[in-house]
Design a protein around this ligand. Structure first.
Ligand code: GLP
Length: 244
């Protein structure tokens, strides 16, 4: 079931989102956090850092598992998702980096690395999975057409996704990697709770299709209608087509 939460703007969305995360991290010092990259969760991570600095939460014994990573970017590249996570969250809280997991975009045997990642997720059930949504309805890098039964796998990115992400690569689509490794839809659906955030008008149609659309691989996020515990926090622009 999808529960909708309406925020007025990005700031309020981030604060609301943190109230759900706090509920998990305050009550379980061994929580397993499913984390996402992109501009959307940055405000949430700021809230997490602020509350950590206020002495409210310790991440010392927690495990994190990220959704996805570009293929071929050195980890120290500023746009690798590993760098993103270090810069926007891990460097600012007491989580042990050894317990933070991001798919390996440089593995020699990608298939083997993907299988290991899915096995790791199974062995460490995610308490709360944070998600953004792509303008084409992707979650993680599960592009339209991805089977609902997919586990961690290599994907070729759609041109739309590469164009959307070119802003992080000096606006040059040619600098955006063509492939990525992503948790599959089935891996995501195994999380105990899912918290999806969406902000801005360019997400409004994808959010509408996720919530009301047919449950179909055409809109990968629509699979979330089949999960028993999903919270979707939208700001006004992203929630434009939602009824309540
Ligand atoms: C990216 C990521 C997704 C993210 C989405 C939206 O390509 N792989 O995990 O949710 O696209 O990104 P943003 O939050 O920057 O709009």
């Amino acid at each position: 079931m999808i529960v909708l939460k309406h925020a007025k703007d990005y700031n309020e969305m981030s604060k609301m989102a943190y109230s759900f995360v706090k509920n998990v991290v305050k009550n379980n010092e061994n929580a397993v956090l499913g984390l996402a990259t992109g501009s959307t969760p940055i405000g949430l991570y700021k809230e997490m850092i602020a509350d950590y600095n206020a002495g409210e939460v310790s991440y010392k014994n927690m495990v994190s598992i990220n959704l996805d990573e570009y293929v071929g970017l050195p980890v120290e590249h500023p746009e690798s998702y590993r760098s993103f996570m270090n810069t926007n969250l891990f460097n600012h809280v007491d989580i042990d980096k050894a317990n933070t997991h991001v798919p390996n975009g440089l593995a020699e045997n990608v298939e083997e690395a993907c299988k290991e990642y899915t096995d790791f997720i199974k062995a460490h059930p995610i308490d709360i999975q944070i998600l953004g949504i792509g303008a084409n309805g992707h979650i993680g890098f599960n592009e339209p057409g991805t089977p609902f039964g997919s586990t961690t796998h290599l994907v070729e990115l759609k041109e739309k996704t590469r164009l959307d992400n070119a802003r992080f690569f000096e606006g040059d689509i040619n600098k955006v990697p063509t492939h990525a490794v992503t948790m599959g839809l089935q891996d995501i659906m195994e999380a105990k709770q899912i918290l999806l955030l969406a902000s801005g008008a360019n997400k409004a149609e994808a959010v509408r299709d996720m919530v009301y659309g047919p449950i179909s691989p055409d809109c990968p996020a629509s699979v979330l209608q089949l999960h028993e515990n999903v919270i979707v926090v939208v700001d006004e622009a992203a929630g434009y087509y939602l009824k309540a």
